[in-house]
Design a protein around this ligand. Sequence first.
Ligand SMILES: CC(C)(COP(=O)(O)OP(=O)(O)OC[C@H]1O[C@@H](n2cnc3c(N)ncnc32)[C@H](O)[C@@H]1OP(=O)(O)O)[C@@H](O)C(=O)NCCC(=O)NCCS
Length: 184
Amino acid sequence: MKNFIIDDATAEDVKEILLIDRACLDGFWSEISYLNELDNKNTDMIVIRSQGEVLGVGATWLYFDEAHIIMLAVKPEYQNQGLGSAIIWQMLRGAHQFGAEWVVLEVRASNTKAIDLYKKFDFVEVGRRKEYYSNNREDALVLWCKGVNTLKFAQKLAVKQRQIIAKLNDRGWHWLNTKDEKYH
Ligand SMILES: CC(C)(COP(=O)(O)OP(=O)(O)OC[C@H]1O[C@@H](n2cnc3c(N)ncnc32)[C@H](O)[C@@H]1OP(=O)(O)O)[C@@H](O)C(=O)NCCC(=O)NCCS
């Protein structure tokens, strides 16, 4: 079994995060943008670490009643093993702990893999932003997950975590901790 942890991203991670960003998101943010986001108290940026390597990253903006998933990516060679689900799970847990009522995100209309994955976390499509992505004028779907601050949601997250852990274990991964259960 290979171990991984989910942790807060740090400035030292940014070089590795940029490589993942270039490989998966066509350059979503610059180095300066990542560093600025790390300084933004409303941004929760997390990474998956394994043996000193960053395997995936996700960022959420947390404002008042809302959490907005801004970015999510897993290194291509580590995809389809459950790591993306672990990051989404942690972002939703963070949103629940923050007290957000809902989580919202935009995703490329062609990104069926990410859309299907979010739907497994009970996101539903609530809108479409025309030509939202400037590089190819692709539409964005707006996905939304509500009731995030409820006890029922926390219970659903607990069930979901067991399913994710089963998939991860199957692929040889041991999830050592969640972000709020720091591993020592
Ligand atoms: C989206 C992403 C983060 C998912 O990470 P991951 O580690 O592969 O995710 P997981 O392994 O937890 O789950 C992948 C799921 O997608 C499914 N899947 C794989 N290929 C698929 C496809 N072509 N179409 C639909 N679903 C697909 C898998 O079956 C799996 O579902 P399961 O858990 O029921 O088996 C990753 O693919 C990625 O970095 N993509 C590029 C960046 C991106 O699109 N980010 C999202 C922007 S909003």
